[in-house]
Design a protein around this ligand. Structure first.
Ligand SMILES: NC(=O)c1ccc[n+]([C@@H]2O[C@H](COP(=O)([O-])OP(=O)(O)OC[C@H]3O[C@@H](n4cnc5c(N)ncnc54)[C@H](O)[C@@H]3O)[C@@H](O)[C@H]2O)c1
Length: 310
């Protein structure tokens, strides 16, 4: 997709982080912008910023894990701007902990947003984009799904997130094959960021009310602490990632990496698979990460034991 002015971009998770940067770039390219987010105040702030800059914006409070809400988003987009050209299935949340300690509610929440959110986005929008292409030979579209390096690696204590992002990589690679199969003029890309400072480390701000901090286990708490630190200390910015993604859309490139130097870990994983070796440590270059994680889980466990004995 090379022409953006006057076309329409739909962005889920548009109230913060990468989604907000996609919206800023889309506005600078004179696109119509549709923002969806579950957090109303974040959405309002981005709408105010974009409208002050003269952008045409439709914003809807949407929980992407709910199919009827995503369908309503697609219908509202049609009614307001007509065809969708650029779709960002980007909303996502982070959580972790030892895989056997992750609660059923945590699995449901993370898979609901990160996996079902993308499924609903594809089911609601792709048929409409194909119909737009059928009725206009000049139509060009592109779909960007936000996965993660966690969709290509399996670091310890991050099971629920790893599983969700592997699913997004799989869905997007399949989407690419399916769009090619039907010869659609619609490109696709999968964004796999490493640690980039955004609101992801504070994802629980949008967790359903029955997922409480009190229910967290030592491993869950340790993961939240580690992730918040890793994300907060990232040097590549969300704006940098936004620029990379729009370059990929223009150049019709599928894989988008914020930290290509981290791909050595992916190569090692692939070599383990084809060589039938047991899985290597994905943080092999940083053995301190594993030992700090182990110590942090032990610290939180000691705190729990201490408070139980008081
Ligand atoms: N920042 C990183 O280091 C990093 C790394 C890898 C992948 N990612 C992925 O990037 C994507 C964007 O996250 P971000 O880093 O910009 O974090 P962020 O928290 O700044 O933005 C995520 C947005 O999604 C929204 N959201 C959460 N649940 C939602 C729901 N149910 N329905 C609709 N919107 C919802 C949030 O309100 C927020 O505005 C996510 O898919 C995340 O998993 C981030």
């Amino acid at each position: 997709m090379k022409d953006f002015a006057g076309r329409t971009a739909v962005i889920t998770g548009g109230g913060s982080g990468f989604g907000r940067e996609f919206a800023r770039i889309a506005a600078s390219l004179d696109m119509n912008i549709v923002l969806a987010d579950v957090q109303q105040d974040a959405l309002d702030a981005v709408v105010a910023e974009l409208q002050a800059a003269g952008a045409r914006v439709l914003a809807l409070k949407v929980d992407v894990s709910k199919g009827d809400q995503v369908e309503a988003l697609a219908a509202a987009t049609d009614a307001t701007f007509g065809a969708t050209h650029l779709l960002f299935n980007n909303a996502g949340v982070g959580s972790g902990g030892l895989i056997w300690e992750t609660s059923v509610r945590d699995w449901e929440w993370v898979l609901g947003v990160n996996v079902w959110g993308v499924i609903h986005g594809l089911r609601a929008f792709v048929p409409r984009m194909l119909a737009a292409a059928d009725s206009d030979a000049a139509y060009r579209g592109h779909i960007v799904n936000t996965a993660s390096m966690a969709g290509l690696l399996n670091a310890p204590n991050m099971g629920v997130y790893n599983v969700s992002k592997h699913a997004v990589v799989s869905m997007t690679e399949t989407l690419y094959q399916d769009l090619t199969l039907v010869e659609a003029p619609i490109g696709s890309s999968v964004l796999c960021p490493y640690f980039v400072p955004t609101g992801i480390g504070d994802s629980h701000r949008n967790a359903p009310g029955d997922i409480t901090a009190e229910a967290a286990t030592p491993s869950t708490k340790a993961q939240q602490l580690m992730s918040a630190k890793a994300v907060g200390s990232g040097k590549v910015t969300a704006a940098d990632v936004g620029t990379l993604v729009f370059e990929a859309i223009r150049d019709d490139r599928f894989y988008v990496f914020s930290h290509p130097h981290a791909l050595g870990n992916v190569e090692t994983r692939m070599k383990d698979i084809v060589g039938m070796h047991n899985p290597s440590d994905p943080f092999a270059a940083r053995p301190d990460v594993r030992s700090r994680l182990r110590a942090s889980i032990a610290d939180f466990a000691a705190q729990v034991a201490g408070s139980a004995s008081v």
